[in-house]
Design a protein around this ligand. Structure first.
Ligand SMILES: Nc1nc2c(ncn2[C@@H]2O[C@H](COP(=O)(O)OP(=O)(O)OP(=O)(O)O)[C@@H](O)[C@H]2O)c(=O)[nH]1
Ligand SMILES: [Mg+2]
Length: 203
């Protein structure tokens, strides 16, 4: 299908605008991760979520975080794609124009297949361009010990990580915010390799 990805430069307002999407299987912790990020930057009300009555994402969550640069500002449009297959048809629209992806995998071995299915869907949506998109894989729910953990190395091998221009892996506990900021920082450094971006102050 071939989705576009283009960074937007707004010369008038001196803003670089990028779009990042949290993607992954249902219930892996995408919304929780993005909520944590917004609350970390003191923007608890900055995230719009379209949810059903039991807190599952219907279409997406969306919010904007803006950071100051010396001359140019950075504007991040942040989305989560719904993990529920019932709404799968909305995922390509959420991904369109994406500059970077944080793939939230579920660390529980029993969800290996869900992770793989979601990953394969993502790869199919992009085709060969997939490997050029900056990507961070977060093995989330790392705190859960009620069952075997996903074999990280096996997953990394399965996705043929060596094919990517920019990919990294980390472990997160979204409910406690552990590793969530690291994933975001890592993605930024992939998108802006030349910049030493420190996202500590929002506009
Ligand atoms: N123990 C634990 N629970 C988590 C973690 N991250 C998320 N959860 C819980 O997992 C459930 C699903 O989290 P969500 O953030 O709604 O998952 P999602 O990926 O947005 O789900 P969909 O929008 O339905 O695709 C919630 O009950 C969260 O509190 C984590 O790191 N550890
Ligand atoms: Mg969600």
């Amino acid at each position: 299908m071939g989705l576009n990805y283009t960074m937007l430069l707004d010369y008038e307002n001196k803003l670089v605008q990028v779009k990042c999407v949290y993607y992954g299987p249902a219930m892996s912790g995408k919304t929780t991760s993005l909520r944590y990020l917004f609350s970390y930057f003191g923007k608890d009300n900055g995230l719009e979520s379209i949810e059903n009555s039991v807190g599952r994402t219907l279409f997406f969550d969306f919010g904007v975080l803006q950071f100051k640069g010396a001359v140019w500002g950075l504007k991040f449009l942040l989305y989560t794609a719904t993990g529920q297959d019932f709404y799968a048809s909305t995922r390509p629209a959420t991904l369109n124009g994406v500059d970077g992806i944080i793939f939230i995998a579920d660390s529980q071995i029993k969800y290996l297949e869900h992770n793989i299915r979601s990953w394969n869907e993502l790869r199919t949506l992009f085709g060969p361009e997939f490997y050029n998109i900056p990507l961070v894989v977060s093995f989330n729910k790392y705190d859960l010990n009620n069952g075997e953990k996903l074999d990280r190395d096996l997953f990394i091998k399965f996705i043929e990580s060596e094919k990517f221009s920019h990919i990294s892996f980390n472990e997160t506990i979204a409910t406690e915010g552990v590793g969530v900021l690291d994933s975001f920082q890592q993605l930024i450094s992939f998108i802006f390799p030349q910049l030493n971006v420190k996202v500590n102050q929002t506009l």
